[in-house]
Write a protein that binds this ligand. Structure first.
Ligand SMILES: NC(=O)c1ccc[n+]([C@@H]2O[C@H](COP(=O)([O-])OP(=O)(O)OC[C@H]3O[C@@H](n4cnc5c(N)ncnc54)[C@H](O)[C@@H]3O)[C@@H](O)[C@H]2O)c1
Length: 252
């Protein structure tokens, strides 16, 4: 198992893509800490990780809150040891045209995705520098590459994650740490239902996306987990500052 002896933190690990990543990294040998707003969900995933023979910790955090992240990371370090792998996955979806968007909606979207990525990376980077080895993988989106209707805040945050990734890759490359982003296409997870679009509109949207996607399906969390497991592995050591986009061939 390529990640044996490694400690991974996965934000947003209680659901969807993050849960898939937790289970995959654990299968590859890592101990896993799940940091999520949803404590019950994080505990459930921790139990699944432990059932597979790895150690796990579940912490309730808002990734936008710097002191909550620092406290949670200190607990993970105490229980699982220094952090080798960080996956910045926590996120929300929301469709609102700019004309109707209020400042609070903009601020929250940027705080969770962009400030959250800063908070979590900042909290673990010294461990990686000390170990002269580390992997940071942040979940962006095709919306960060090509934009999306009703998604100016989301697209701006996800594009920001790509800039963060490329700049940090330059800083940390000489220290044995790689920094990459994954920009998934449409993945079947609860985020779609949480976006509060009417069910009929969601179904129509999924049908349209599938029809335009060369592989004729939406993605599954395992598709993204596989990409993440590769980026976290030793095999990916020449891979940094990159945006990998598992999207079935549909870019926007
Ligand atoms: N599903 C897609 O189509 C898709 C496509 C591209 C990118 N993404 C991105 O993938 C990531 C995971 O999304 P998903 O589809 O698995 O959604 P999801 O709703 O299934 O999971 C998101 C998780 O993040 C957690 N979370 C939300 N806000 C948080 C906060 N402030 N602090 C801590 N945890 C928080 C939620 O509790 C949840 O467990 C997100 O960043 C999302 O933007 C999703």
């Amino acid at each position: 198992m390529s990640l044996s002896g490694k400690t991974a933190i996965v934000t947003g690990g209680a659901s969807g893509i993050g849960r898939g990543i937790c289970l995959r990294l654990a299968r590859d040998g890592a101990n896993v800490a799940i940091l999520d707003l949803d404590l019950a969900g994080a505990e459930k995933v921790a139990a699944e990780v432990m059932a597979g023979g790895r150690k796990a910790v579940a912490c309730q955090v808002d990734v936008a809150n710097r002191s909550q992240i620092d406290t949670a990371v200190a607990r993970v370090r105490q229980e699982l040891g220094p952090i080798h792998i960080l996956v910045n996955d926590a996120g929300i979806g929301e469709f609102v045209p700019l004309a109707q968007m209020n400042e609070a909606q903009w601020d929250r979207m940027i705080a969770i995705h962009l400030k959250g990525t800063f908070n979590c990376t900042k909290a673990v980077v010294q461990d990686m520098i000390d170990a002269k080895w580390g992997r940071v993988v942040s979940i962006s989106s095709v919306a960060g590459l090509g934009g999306g209707m009703g998604l100016v805040h989301y697209s701006a945050a996800k594009a920001g994650i790509i800039g963060f990734t490329k700049a940090l890759a330059q800083e940390l490359g000489p220290l044995g740490i790689t920094v990459n982003a994954i920009a998934p296409g449409l993945i079947d997870t609860p985020i779609i239902r949480k976006s509060q679009l009417p069910e009929e509109q969601i179904r129509g949207w999924i049908e349209t996306v599938v029809g335009r996607t060369p592989v004729r399906r939406v993605g599954a969390p395992d598709d993204i987990a596989a990409a993440c497991a590769y980026l976290a592995s030793e095999d990916a050591s020449f891979f940094t500052g990159q945006v990998m986009s598992p999207n079935g061939g549909l870019y926007t």
